[in-house]
Write a protein that binds this ligand. Structure first.
Ligand SMILES: *[C@@H]1O[C@H](CO)[C@@H](O)[C@H](O)[C@H]1NC(C)=O
Length: 277
């Protein structure tokens, strides 16, 4: 994990120029549009889509806010200073932010690496104990109820006795020779009643799913308890299968996964395993 102090981040933001605005003519639309140029600074991550192998790049800032980079973007292997641009690196990306909040990288301005801690992540040989929160989204308000309960999630992740000796916890421990484990004491699963915003129910926006689920979980647990979880899994209601074209998604390197309530989603341990690694 990277850590940048707030003063350092502010300094970086100031040094890299902050924002400016440009007015330009859009030939196709014949409209005058104003677009804002911003340097988005944060950890480079990607969301990998189970089955299609599609990738969406995102920048996660120090407050946890995520900015999606326009689809089709692929970061260059190195920046101008020869630093490797790898997932997990803290980068600064000059972009135009479009009305939906997506960053469109400015072609002539390159991404720069501020710090790359991937080598220290690789050197970490201590066993990991994930503190997992499973958030089951329930959107019954628009006929999209959850079909699994927190106790079912505990069975899936911790095994039939809820003790971490079965389920995903056992598979993590066995497949990693004890390096990757779930902390069964810290494990929690909750249902969050979410409002049916179009970004989620019509467009399956994974960033909107994070926002509504995290907001609901913070309201139930309080911010302090919420921030003790190191990993979050979002389980969508079964009807979302017709909206989201995937059974599972993962943020990489990262601590969040999205799963469908489906045979190839939350009910399939290899999907959970693939998304969790
Ligand atoms: C697991 O979580 C409990 C409760 O938060 C904590 O006291 C304990 O130290 C954790 N164990 C490990 C191995 O991380």
């Amino acid at each position: 994990m990277w850590r940048l102090s707030v003063p350092l981040l502010l300094l970086l933001l100031a040094a890299t120029g902050g924002r400016s605005q440009e007015v330009f003519q859009d030939d196709d639309e014949d409209l005058l549009l104003a677009r804002t140029q911003v340097d988005v600074v944060g950890e480079l991550q990607y969301i990998s889509v189970h089955i299609t192998k599609e990738k969406f790049w995102v920048i996660r800032d120090s407050d946890g806010k995520m900015t999606q980079i326009a689809s089709g973007f692929q970061p260059p292997p190195k920046d101008d200073y020869g630093n490797d641009i790898v997932p997990g690196a803290v980068v600064s990306v000059p972009c135009y932010i479009d009305p939906s909040g997506v960053c469109n990288p400015i072609p002539e301005l390159k991404m720069t690496v501020i710090s790359d801690t991937s080598s220290t992540i690789m050197a970490n040989t201590e066993p990991i104990y994930q503190r997992l929160l499973v958030i089951i989204l329930d959107m019954a308000a628009c006929g999209n109820p959850a079909s699994i309960k927190p106790v079912d999630a505990a069975t899936i992740w911790l095994g039939p006795n809820g003790d971490g000796l079965g389920g995903m916890a056992q598979k993590f421990t066995q497949c990693s020779y004890g390096m990757l484990n779930l902390n069964a004491t810290a494990f929690r699963a909750i249902t969050v009643q979410a409002s049916c915003i179009p970004e989620v129910v019509d467009r399956c926006s994974f960033l909107s799913i994070i926002n509504i689920a995290d907001t609901g979980a913070k309201a139930q647990y309080g911010y302090d308890v919420f921030s003790t979880f190191t990993h979050i899994a979002y389980v969508l209601p079964p009807k979302m299968q017709s909206v989201c074209p995937w059974s599972g998604l993962a943020l990489l390197p990262g601590n969040r996964i999205w799963l469908q309530t489906a045979a190839y989603g939350v009910y399939r341990w290899s999907t959970i395993m693939q998304e969790s690694l």
